[in-house]
Design a protein around this ligand. Structure first.
Ligand code: RTP
Ligand code: MG
Length: 166
């Protein structure tokens, strides 16, 4: 490849990846206890999203309160915190071009009754209060939420080979 071709290659690649985003996904306690971790994570991997951070934890009230601070004071807030602290969750930092919107579309509507078949909630969930997954809803939310779950050195930087052809 000539120097000019290499420069063009780099330019087009950086253009293609200009909307590269990181987002937070949580596999919620109902999905973990039902043995759906692999099934859900597999969907994101199949879509081409790269796992840059991943761990199994159980949230306490403080952590769940931090995550759901925007919902504090709403009628469902206390039940939401109780549910999210009721068992282990899997925390994922996923990366991809337009990852935030892609993940939200893959999750389906908040209320599984309205979630389309083929989405995670549309395929695995029945109830609004046990809807299997969380995903950041905007770049601002992702920037706020990721540091709640991932500290220094817990989000790894690598280049998955398959992203070259996405
Ligand atoms: P999440 O934050 O968990 O990804 O869900 P979401 O963006 O689709 O929905 P959000 O409005 O952020 O609500 C957070 C979680 O609270 C429960 N919820 N209950 N009873 C209700 O009206 C109500 N509304 C929301 C859901 O479990 C939802 O996932
Ligand atoms: Mg939300």
């Amino acid at each position: 490849m000539s120097a000019t071709q290499t420069a063009n290659h780099i330019a087009s690649r950086s253009e293609r990846f200009k909307d590269l985003q990181k987002t937070l996904v949580l596999v919620k306690p109902d999905a973990v206890t039902r043995g759906l971790i692999g099934n859900i994570v597999n969907r994101f991997e199949n879509r081409g999203l790269a796992i840059k951070g991943m761990k199994l934890i159980q949230m306490d009230d403080k952590l769940a309160g931090n995550l759901y601070a925007p919902h504090e004071g709403k009628p469902f807030y206390n039940d939401l915190v109780s549910y999210m602290t009721s068992g282990p969750i899997v925390c994922l930092c996923l990366e991809g071009v337009n990852a935030i919107s892609i993940v939200r579309t893959m999750m389906g509507a908040t209320n599984p009754v309205e979630a389309a078949p083929g989405t995670i909630r549309g395929d695995f969930a029945q109830r609004l209060d046990c809807n299997c997954v969380h995903g950041s809803d905007s770049p601002e939310s992702a920037s706020r939420e990721l540091p709640i779950f991932f500290g220094e050195g817990e989000i790894l930087d690598y280049d998955p080979c398959h992203t070259h052809s996405l």
